[in-house]
Each structure stands twice: as C-alpha cells, then as structure tokens.
Design a protein around this ligand. Structure first.
Ligand code: CO
Length: 547
C-alpha cells in the first residue's frame, strides 16, 4: 500500500477559513523553512482569497510572496487554487489574461494548480488547463462537491470524465463545506479510482465534524492525497489537523512518515501567530456546527458572512440568513457554495433578510449569474425567481466571445506609468480599483501598516442601524433616496438637474463585494446628490433628493 500523501493548507485555506486570509508574507517566512523539512506532498499557499487579501488588506504584493517563500522552502512543491476562468477573482477574465496569469505563477514557483469551476462547468476550466499544460505545470482538476438531488456519483464521474478529456494530471474532490460523509467519500473515491488511472485527492473542512472520519474512509478506498492543516490552524471551519490524521493512521498500513516532532514545534510558532490575529477568530469559525448539515455553508463563507454582518451591525440576523441560504440556493439551481457563488448566494440571502423583502435588492452579480454569465447550473433556475431577477432578458450559457479578444496590451497601456514589473499588469487586470491604490502607496513608499485586527474590530461603532425605507420625505420638499444597505458608493449614474424616472438606476453601491444598483424612488428631477464616489454610507443615509 503506498503511503497517503499529505498536502498542508496552513498558508492558504486554513487562514482563509479561520482568520479571513490575513496571514502576511512576513508571518509565513518565519516558519516555512521548517515546514519544508516535514515531508509534505505540497503546500497549498497561494490562490483563492490570498491574492485579493494581500493587496486589499495587507498592502503586500502577492507575486512576491511566491518568490520569497520559495527561497526559504525550495523542496516542497507549491500549490495554488485557481477558480477556473475567474483565476483568483470574481468574474471571468479574458483568455490571454488567463495564460499570462498561469505563466507568471508558474515562473514564480507554483508547481501544482488546483483548478475548479464553481458550477462544475468544464468550459470554464478549458483555457486554464490548456495554459497549465503549456507551461508544464501539474493540472489538478477539482470537482466542486455539494449535496443536492442532482449531485450524484454518476454526475461527478461524468464531470471527471470531461476533465480527464482535458488531460488533467490528478483529480481532487473539493468539499469546501465539509459535507462529505464517510461512506460517500469512500464510494466516490472508489468510483474515481475504478474509472480513471489518476491520483485522487480529498479536500474537506471540519465544519460539520465529519472530515477526519471521511478522510479515514477515503484512505481505505485508496485516496492518494489528503489536505490537512497544522494544529492551531486546523479544525473549526478549516482542514483536519495533520497531527490528528497522523495519530489516526498509526497501527494501519497507511502509517504516515511525516516528521511529527517537527510539526509539534512548528505548531508552537503557529499558536503565537494565531494569537496575534485572534480578533478575527469567531466562535462560528472555531466550533463544529452541526447545523451546517442543513445549511451547507462552507467555512470561508461562514466567516465571511459573520464579518459582513458585523460591518452591517446585523450580527443578530445570522440565524435567519442561515435559513435563507438553502432557499436561495435551491431557487438558483443548487450551485455549489464556493467562490464566487458562495458570495453571490450569501449576499442575496443577506439582502433578502435585511431588506425585509425577498429579491427586493438584487446585486448585479446575481443578475449576471441568472443570465448565464457564470456558466450552467446543474439544475434549472426557478422560473418565477428568474422572472423577478432578470424579467424577460435572455439566458445564454455560451462563452462570451469577448473573452477571446486579446486584452493584455490594453490593460498594460492603461497602467504603463505605474507598473514596476509585468505581473503588475495582471494584478491590475484582476482588481483594477484596489490595485491602483496599492500602486500609489507603493510609489509613496508608505511603510506596510502593522494591522492590529483587535483594535480595528473594537473601533467599529456598534450602534444598531434601523432599516429605513427608501421613500421618506426630505426637508427640502424632494423625495429622499436613502441607502438601503451600508456600503461604498461605487458609481453615481444620475446627473443633477436631469429628469429621472421611477426605478431608473442612480447609484451603484458596493457592499459584500457585490454591486447593488440603487434606483430612484420616484419620477422627477434629480435635485441634489449628497455623496460622492468612494464615500462610505450606512443604511438610511440620504444619497440624493428627487424633486
Ligand atoms: Co477549502
């Protein structure tokens, strides 16, 4: 029996699941050299939210993280999580950007690319896999695992078959919500091993408490690789602890030969690191939540929901939102709750609860999903809900021809004065707004802020904002348009002095990483605008008045 290989997720999924992806490169550099000596199959250390988080919150260059860590840890292969055509972002990027991204990641030191599509729509994985094969990387095709009437073993084998047709090098069962039970894990691994001559990996989360047992059964069924995290960054909504799996495999033919003594030492350092960020740890992400078996919410999404609700001063609504999520999910064709669909479903469920009326506020991303821009869901979307969301607009699952058009040069021209290296163009193509700020800060050589999360959390005022309707008369005689949700004013569309129609879009507010169109409460003339682009507003703030 070949030994089961172990991938360590501490530097990516584990801190993404537990502390909102806030480990910085410096934190990692202290320990990655030691981790390199343990004998892990790979380090999952990049991709997912790490890219966005590095720029947005840590003021760090995500590309440099690969190079710096590689210098300290040259032995263990580096692995990243790639969201298909979405790369590390939340929308489909053009094909040439996909190629440039993969090439640059590989050149910097990523060896294994785990590619998934949230909807298991293989067309979204074709170009990334082609790009990975072209540079000579290892392409691991991931099945986004979820439970629904349509997600059967036959379904997964069919998806895996399509991925194998694209010449992937291994298969991963990506159970982002920790839903796979031991016998299902056993049966799925067995089927995959019987049908395909490729290594199979099981990736799960401890959210429901089943993951270690499911790993054990998967190992009995012949799984080749399991994903674990080290002590202080394991369990809760993260991966099973490597120490626990090591102990579980003692006295079996699968006994692991990792350097366990070294792991215990590494755990001591990681404990300090976790304490440093403990302001971000929430009870919801630390405890086993048996309700998850009902709600099917992944760890990352759960900690995201909690922090979003904190921002909105609505933490007390969590239970209602957890009940709303499965309803929205069923109505939207049972998408697996993985990025970006976890954000899309989560934001819609949150808005359904906080606005007091289901589908009253609908982010643009939800509309785009229903129009087919993210790919084809495994089950059809509820027709009535579709009508509410996009009316009579056409649904199309064809890949947009726009994505085939070369775009790299255009992005490069836009930022040619600000870039210091080629990868900056890719960063800009992925996250234009936040990257421009980052370039600016970098130019001015502002020292990297030491983020003290505890203080940040404390500083936020905790007063409860009352939900207000958008049609309250304002003192100057006009009808006031009030912010229906807290967020940042992304765009002002209306023009002062110009006529507006009822329900025409006047503002776009960015909240929960989604774009929300704010429409005029009445027909008339746009009298006054009280905010400017970039302003942060809270629920009930007057945005404009309509005369
Ligand atoms: Co995960």
């Amino acid at each position: 029996m070949p030994k089961v290989k172990i991938t360590d997720t501490t530097l990516r999924d584990a801190h993404q699941s537990l502390i909102a992806t806030r480990l910085g490169t410096e934190d990692m550099l202290e320990i990655v050299g030691e981790m390199d000596k343990v004998g892990f199959h790979s380090f999952e250390m990049w991709g997912g939210a790490t890219f966005d988080s590095a720029i947005r919150y840590l003021n760090e260059d995500p590309w440099e993280r690969i190079t710096k860590l590689k210098e300290e840890a040259p032995k263990t292969p580096f692995q990243m999580l790639l969201r298909g055509q979405n790369l590390v972002g939340y929308k489909h990027y053009p094909d040439d950007i996909v190629h440039k991204f993969v090439e640059a990641s590989f050149t910097r030191g990523i060896d294994i690319f785990r590619i998934f599509d949230a909807l298991n729509d293989i067309r979204n994985m074709e170009v990334p896999i082609e790009a990975i094969k072209k540079v000579g990387g290892h392409a691991q095709g991931a099945l986004s695992y979820t439970i629904s009437p349509v997600h059967t073993i036959e379904y997964y084998i069919k998806v895996a078959e399509e991925m194998v047709g694209l010449e992937i090098d291994s298969i991963c069962i990506k159970d982002m919500a920790g839903l796979i039970n031991p016998m299902d894990a056993y049966n799925l691994v067995k089927s995959l091993k019987e049908n395909f001559d490729l290594p199979v990996c099981l990736h799960s989360h401890c959210t429901s408490g089943m993951a270690p047992t499911s790993y054990f059964k998967a190992i009995e069924a012949g799984v080749d690789i399991i994903d674990t995290a080290i002590g202080p960054f394991s369990f809760g909504t993260s991966q099973p602890g490597v120490e626990t799996m090591y102990a579980m495999l003692e006295n079996t033919e699968h006994k692991s030969d990792l350097d366990i003594e070294r792991i215990y030492k590494i755990a001591n350092y990681l404990k300090k690191l976790r304490d440093k960020h403990k302001g971000l740890l929430s009870e919801a992400s630390l405890t086993v939540n048996t309700q998850i078996l009902h709600f099917q919410i992944p760890g990352g999404m759960m900690s995201n929901l909690v922090s979003q609700l904190k921002e909105q001063n609505a933490e007390n609504r969590l239970d209602e939102i957890l009940l709303e999520v499965p309803k929205v999910r069923a109505e939207l064709g049972y998408p697996p709750l993985v990025t970006p669909l976890s954000q899309i479903v989560g934001a819609q469920a949150t808005l359904n609860v906080l606005s007091g009326q289901r589908y009253k506020l609908i982010p643009n991303e939800v509309k785009n999903y229903v129009k087919g821009l993210y790919g084809k869901p495994a089950a059809p979307i509820n027709k009535d809900i579709q009508k509410i969301i996009i009316g009579d607009e056409k649904v199309s699952y064809e890949k947009s021809p726009e994505l085939k058009k070369p775009s790299y040069q255009k992005f490069k021209d836009e930022v040619k004065d600000k870039i210091e290296k080629e990868e900056d163009v890719i960063s800009y193509a992925l996250f234009p707004e936040i990257v421009l700020n980052f370039f600016e800060t970098r130019k001015n050589k502002v020292p990297t802020p030491k983020v003290e999360h505890k203080e940040v959390e404390k500083a936020a005022p905790k007063e409860v904002t009352k939900q207000q309707t958008s049609q309250q008369p304002h003192t100057n005689g006009g009808v006031a348009l009030r912010a229906p949700l807290p967020g940042a004013v992304l765009k002002i569309i209306g023009e002062i002095g110009k006529p507006v129609k009822k329900d025409s879009v006047l503002f776009i507010i960015s909240a929960m990483k989604m774009e929300n169109e704010i429409v005029s409460p009445a027909s008339g003339v746009l009298q006054k605008v009280y905010v400017k682009e970039g302003d942060v507003v809270k629920t009930g703030d007057v945005l404009a008045t309509i005369a």
